[in-house]
Ligand binder design. Sequence first.
Ligand code: SF4
Length: 489
Amino acid sequence: MPHVNLQVPAVAVREIRLNTITGFAGNATELVSQSRCGGLVDQSRSFTQCLGCSTSNAACMVTLVQDGVVISHGPVGCSSCLHEFAFTYRVNAPLRGVQNPTQRHIYSTNLSEDDTVFGGNQKLADTIREVARRDTPQVIFVITTCASGIIGDDVEGIATEAEEELGIPVVAIFCEGFRSKVWTSGFDAGYHGIARKLVRPPRHKRPIINVINFWGSDIFSRWFEQFDASPNFITPYATTESLAYSSEALASVQACTTLGSYLSGALEQEYGVPALRAAPPYGVAATDRWLRELGTLLDKPEAAEKIIARDRAEFLPRVEELRSQLKGKSAYVTAGAGHGHSLLAVLAELGIKAQGAALFHHDPTNDIDSEDADSLVAAVRDYGDVPNFNICNKQEFELVNVLNRIRPDILLARHGGMTLWGAKLGIPSLLIGDEHYGMGYEGLVNYGEAILEIVENDEFVKNLAKHSINPYSKWWLEQPPYTFLGDDE
Ligand code: SF4
C-alpha cells in the first residue's frame, strides 16, 4: 500500500522516502539486484559539475495547470528557469488538441538581502493579494526556494490565511533546492500540494482514467475508448476542477513511474482510485502487460485483447522491417530514470544494442511499492542486461568521457542540452520531447523511423565534429570516466 501523509505540509525527499541514489556505476542487472535487498549504496562524487533544483520540477507540474498562477517565493534568480514551462505549455498545446492555451502567469516575490534579514512574510502576503487581484486565478501555487526556507518564512501559515481571505486554494509547495540532491523530489512536492489542497472527495465514479504525465500527445483516447473511458490528464492542461475530481476516476496510470507514483499512490490511499501496477507501455512485452492489467482492473479483459490484436496487426509488420534495417546498430541513452528505462526497452525491441546509459537518479522502490511498476526491473527481465549503466545527475563530464570511449551509432536523450555532446563527437543524437512518442506498438514504429532517418543522415554531425572544440581536456578524456565517483577522500 502507498504510504503518503497528507497531514504534513511538506513531503519527505526521495533520499529519505525511497532511498534514492544519484551515484552508481556498473551494469543494470547489478543495480536491480541491489535495489530491493537493502544493499544499494549511494556513491558520492568528490567532484561534481552541477545539480538540478527541485523548484524547477515542482514548477514544471504546477505551471501547466490552465487556470492557475505560480508565485516563486525567493530571489528573482530562482524563478529564471520558469519561463521554460510557459514555453513548454504553449508549444506542446497542439499535441493535446488545446486550441487556445491560456497565457501563463508566473511571479516572483523578488526577495532582497534586506528581506533575508527582516523576513519575507509580508512581501509574500502582499504578492498573493496582488496576484489574485490582477489575474483572478482559480488556484495560486506558492513554490519555496532556498532563501525563503533558510530564513524560515511561514509560507504554510500565509497561504492558509490568504486562502480564507480570497476564497480560492492557495497551495504552499515546499521544494527548496537544498532539500534534496534528487531533483525529482520537486515532482513529489508539487503533487503533494495538489493532493492536499486541490483534490476533493469523489461525488460519484466517472468513466475517466487519470493519466499522470508530462505534456505528451494523446495516445490514450484511442485505447481508453475500448474500455468506455476517457483520459483525465494530470497536470498538463488540467484545470482546478479536473484535478479536484481526479478522485472520481476508475484508475490512475502514469507515463513514467518516477513521475507519477507519488500522486497515483496518494489518490489510491485517500480516495480508493486504484493505481495500475504495471511498468509503462514501452516495448511489445510491457504494452501487452499494461493493457491486460488495465483490462483486469476495469473488469474488461476482452477489450484489452481487442486492442492488443488490432494494434499488433497494424504496427508489428513495420517493426519487423525496421529491425532488419537497424540490424547491428548500437545506442547510448541519457535521460531521467523511468523514461530512460523505457527508451532501453524501445531500443531492445528494435534490435538495437544498448551499449550503456547515464540516468539522472535511481529509485530502488516507488510510492506504490510495486516491483511490477518498476520499469528497470521490467526492461532487464524482458531484454537482459545493459552494460555501462551509470546513475549520474547530469554530470556532463562523465557523459562526454563515456561517449568518447563507446562511440555508439546513436545517442538518445530526453533533455535539452544533452544531445549537443553527442553531436560534437559526431554521434547522431535524437531528442524527443513528447514522452508518449515511443509508447505502445506504434511507438516502436515512431522511434524506429526517427532513428533510421538520423543514422542515415549523419553528415551534419560529422561535419560539426570536425569544427567543434571539446571543452574537456585530453587528460580528462584519458581518465576512467568514474574517477570521481565513490572517492570521498
Ligand atoms: S538551488 Fe536554491 S538558490 Fe538555486 S535556484 Fe534552486 S531554490 Fe534557488
